[in-house]
Ligand binder design. Structure first.
Ligand SMILES: [Mg+2]
Length: 274
């Protein structure tokens, strides 16, 4: 058996223990899931400009085409945003925290929203606009968010507390929940999250598939939990954050190097012998 660990050039990825690389190398089938913002793409104040470097997109393309790994980007963004930001990479996208899925060559699957969600989100949008939050709003099919990236701490607190107050009448027994994330606050439909999507993706892979998820936010913890013993989570942002992930990477640059190593380990010929 060939237990080799990472190539020398990538030893600086000290958040990924050698035994995890061995699992990647030896797995018979692999599912690699990645978050987008803060993971593949560095954060930008203007969210439309949060684009992964070309070299990262090329790596994704090569991993997807290698036939050795099922590659999926799992994000809170709608799938149409993901497809545009990651152009021309063609792979499976899970958008809106699991409410929509788009696979290459297939129609986008949009899971039906629980009763009452659409009308409550409409009302949430009106309430947020009335509270003066229009510039920070993002309306999605399954949620509404206020974004605070680029604001100072006081400005950010003003926006998130304003939204929480405006939306408070919608939370009582409603099929909605408030979820803070790194860079804002989101009012989301209950019933699905990134973890739900990860379980469904894994169920479609062969038994014994190694599942790995790389993500930087609290919403990624749902996936880390879903993976259980079938794989491992990689939390982006360095060591120290409380997490269910078993490994970490500092930033999107390290994620790119992680992908490079992944491609190399999963596509090279196995050496046999002693
Ligand atoms: Mg993220």
């Amino acid at each position: 058996m060939d237990l080799t660990g990472p190539p020398d050039a990538n030893r600086a990825l000290d958040g990924i223990p050698g035994p995890l690389w061995d699992q990647v190398s030896l797995a018979r089938a692999r599912l690699l899931m990645l978050d987008h913002d803060g993971t593949l793409a560095p954060f930008e104040t203007d969210r439309a400009r949060a684009v992964a470097p070309r070299s990262t997109r090329e790596l994704l393309q090569r991993i997807a085409e290698s036939g050795r790994t099922r590659l999926v980007v799992v994000s809170g963004r709608p799938v149409r945003d993901l497809a545009a930001l990651l152009e021309p990479v063609r792979l499976t996208f899970v958008g809106e925290h699991g409410w929509e899925v788009s696979a290459p060559g297939e129609r986008v699957v949009r899971h039906p929203l629980p009763r009452g969600v659409a009308s409550r989100l409409e009302r949430a949008a009106r309430l947020a606009r009335a509270a003066g939050l229009t510039a920070h709003l993002e309306r999605k099919r399954s949620s509404i968010a206020v974004h605070t990236r680029g604001l100072d701490a006081e400005g950010a607190a003003h926006v998130t507390s304003g939204a929480a107050l405006a939306w408070s009448p919608l939370l009582d027994r409603a099929p909605l929940r408030l979820v803070p994330f790194d860079g804002g606050l989101e009012l989301r439909a209950r019933g699905r999250d990134k973890g739900t999507a990860a379980r469904e993706l894994l169920a479609r892979e062969p038994a014994g598939t190694l599942a790995v998820h790389v993500g930087d936010d609290t919403t990624d913890e749902d996936v880390f939990e879903a993976l259980g013993e079938t794989g491992f989570g990689v939390r982006v942002g360095g060591p120290g954050a409380p997490t269910r992930a078993r490994a970490w990477l500092r930033n999107p640059d390290q994620v790119a190097r992680f992908l490079e190593t992944w491609l190399e380990l999963t596509t090279r010929e196995r050496r046999h012998g002693a």
